[in-house]
Write a protein that binds this ligand. Structure first.
Ligand SMILES: Cc1ncc(COP(=O)(O)O)c(C=O)c1O
Length: 437
């Protein structure tokens, strides 16, 4: 490792493999022996077109994407897809059922954390169909928080929705659907409407390429921002089943909301992801990461490695919990393999934990700052109890506004087992007391 670099556990943008950074720095001067740098080369050049086709093939091969699905490279991040999935899937539904009123179309949302909640807010904002909560994990938390994957029995899907939306890994809250379908925390595929062409949409932004995608072929859309496991920010990958590549202008003529042309999946697909200038540099770097993944053994290799890394960190977390030093922010069984969130208990303890971690070159561990408004009674039940720790109250009235902090360890693909062990040794050192003196 270059001596100026630290171990960076940031949630995204996040660490990238050093050999990829080195190769990129060379390609910035000369891409593919063209004598032109990768940030300068035309996206319409033969070299780049060959490269983007190669990247697509690498994703297809490693994730076992069937020919029924196209792979698109676009921009706008996960947030751009919050809008694009709604607009494209409502256009599709309009073409399938042109005579339905908007009130008779539904959009089903599975809300398990901040990102699916943000996507749900965008769906409500765009309108065009009745918004339906298939499940909201906060209802099944004793503290009204996103700390769990709800049990299968409580999901309630509509019979023929325009889309069914979920986020596989909630980056902020650290909850993730279990990969084992027999687990009570798995996504309840068996409860979905019996439709061969399910309108199922999955946000895989923070788990893409970290492990296999269960039932990929049953999804209408899977999307991911690249900036966690795949490359730098600026690139968004969309895997879309071909029946969802619809003529959005025809749908608009039947009354659907017009879709901005850069968000139309059909336009992107028809133009081979080159309708307009794509993020050339980000695609190049993602390609290097994908080639590297392939050499190492693909997504199966990362699945094993990431499981080992997560087991180590959860092991130290449980040890700290037993001794009253740490408290997990997620129920057992619902925890993410990629983002592990917990509190350090005691006055000023979190700041101490972070400061010594920084001293040791372990960075990017500070949790996401979210602001929650809770009714006073709830605060009395939960918030006050934590004020000495990492919840701070900074407003009064009928409601207290609380800022939740805590620690978040992001264990994306580029974090090695050895780097994980360094963090785990530090956590153990902190648990036994030396760090808290
Ligand atoms: C799971 C998930 N979805 C969506 C987003 C939003 O992505 P972006 O910032 O690229 O819009 C993020 C960002 O971290 C995320 O982690």
């Amino acid at each position: 490792m270059s001596s100026s670099r630290v171990i960076y556990f940031g949630p995204g943008p996040s660490a990238l493999p050093e050999d990829v950074l080195e190769q990129t720095s060379k390609a910035l001067f000369n891409f593919n022996d063209t004598g032109i740098g990768i940030a300068e080369v035309s996206h319409r050049s033969k070299d780049f077109q060959t490269y983007i086709t190669h990247c697509e093939a690498l994703i297809r091969e490693q994730l076992h994407v069937p020919p029924t699905h196209k792979i698109l490279f676009t921009q706008g991040g996960g947030s751009g897809q919050f809008s694009a999935v709604v607009l494209n899937m409502l256009a599709r539904h309009r073409l399938l059922h042109p005579n339905l009123d908007d009130d008779d179309r539904t959009m089903d949302y599975v809300i398990t954390g901040s990102w699916s909640n943000a996507a749900a807010d965008e769906a409500k904002r765009l309108g065009g169909a009745k918004f339906h909560v298939a499940v909201d994990a906060r209802t099944y938390s004793k503290d009204g928080k996103f700390d769990n994957i709800p049990p299968h029995a409580v999901y309630n899907f509509s019979p023929d929705p325009a889309l069914i939306y979920y986020c596989e890994n909630e980056t902020v809250n650290g909850v993730q659907f279990a990969k084992d379908e027999n687990s009570p925390a798995s996504f309840p595929f068996h409860l979905l409407p019996k439709d061969k062409l399910l309108p199922l949409v999955g946000d895989y932004s923070s788990s893409f390429m970290s492990r296999r995608i269960p039932r990929l072929a049953d999804h209408a859309i899977i999307y991911a921002g690249a900036q966690k496991n795949l490359g730098p920010a600026g690139l968004t990958i969309v895997i879309v089943r071909q029946d969802c590549l619809v003529d959005v202008d025809a749908a608009a003529r039947y009354g659907a909301t017009p879709v901005p042309v850069t968000m139309s999946y059909k336009t992107l697909s028809d133009k081979g992801s080159l309708f307009n200038t794509p993020p050339v540099l980000a695609i190049y770097m993602a390609g290097l990461v994908l080639e590297r993944n392939k050499k190492l053994g693909g997504v199966e290799y990362y699945e094993d490695l990431n499981q080992k890394k997560a087991d180590k960190v959860y092991g130290a977390l449980r040890e700290g919990e037993k001794r009253g030093i740490f408290r997990s922010l997620v129920n057992i069984g619902s925890g993410s393999m990629m983002n592990i969130v917990f509190e350090v208990l005691g006055e000023g303890a979190e700041a101490k934990f972070l400061a010594e971690a920084e001293n040791r070159g372990l960075k990017g561990l500070k949790g996401h700052r979210s602001v929650y408004s809770m009714p006073l009674q709830r605060c009395a039940d939960y918030g006050y109890r934590s004020l000495g720790g990492t919840m701070q109250a900074f407003d009064a009235g009928n409601c207290l506004t609380l800022s939740l902090t805590g620690i978040r360890v992001s264990l994306y693909n580029a974090i090695t087992e050895d780097q994980t062990s360094k963090l785990v040794s530090y956590m153990k050192w902190f648990i036994v007391g030396e760090g808290r003196q």
